[in-house]
Write a protein that binds this ligand. Structure first.
Ligand code: GDP
Ligand code: MG
Length: 163
């Protein structure tokens, strides 16, 4: 197995914060392949003795529709072609928006397992905001705070089971 874990989701949900918390420091390799993978970085990580590579995707800035569509296509490309597990990150503070629904639509067709990560759950005792994410049709939401590190252990336990 390649042991590649892709982290996808719309801008500002906390993908990079999450990846930087999980990965070993300072070893990012940025790949750029014109027209296909414009902006993505690979980070080595391990959990419970399992080594894997986290792919932080979609650093493309919002601002024009074409850039966003390109970013969504890149995420679908990653899902279909490259990784073993997809972590789909959404924002528990803002809730679901149309962009999340678009990413979810492409991920429901992916041939690899998808874990739905609800980030910015900074108070692990207040899980009320995670339930709406069942509507994305991607199974149980995994609440985390990339900022504080809460919830990431359970999520990584599940992730390495799927590698
Ligand atoms: P990306 O665009 O998906 O890579 O998102 P970033 O990692 O750049 O984060 C976007 C913003 O969300 C930044 O201001 C982060 O500090 C903030 N953020 C990320 N994770 C959390 C979290 O768990 N809780 C809170 N409150 N803010 C977060
Ligand atoms: Mg980022």
């Amino acid at each position: 197995a390649k042991h590649l874990v892709a982290v996808v989701g719309r801008p500002n949900v906390g993908k990079s914060t999450f990846v930087n918390r999980i990965a070993q420091a300072d070893d990012a390799i940025v790949h750029s392949m014109r027209g296909v993978t414009r902006d993505r970085s690979y980070h080595e990580a391990d959990w419970n003795g399992e080594s894997f590579t986290l792919i932080d995707t979609g650093g493309i800035e919002m601002g024009d529709e074409d850039a966003f569509q390109t970013s969504i296509r890149n995420q679908a490309f990653t899902a279909a072609n490259e990784c073993d597990v997809i972590l789909f990150v959404v924002d528990g503070k803002t809730g679901i928006n149309a962009d999340d629904e678009e990413v979810a639509r492409s991920l429901r067709k992916a041939n690899v397992p998808v874990l739905l990560v609800v980030n910015k759950i900074d108070d692990p005792n207040n899980l009320d905001s995670i339930y709406e994410f069942y509507n994305l049709g991607l199974g149980d939401p995994w609440p985390v705070s990339a900022l504080h590190g809460t919830g990431t252990g359970d999520l990584l336990d599940e992730t390495v089971k799927l590698l």
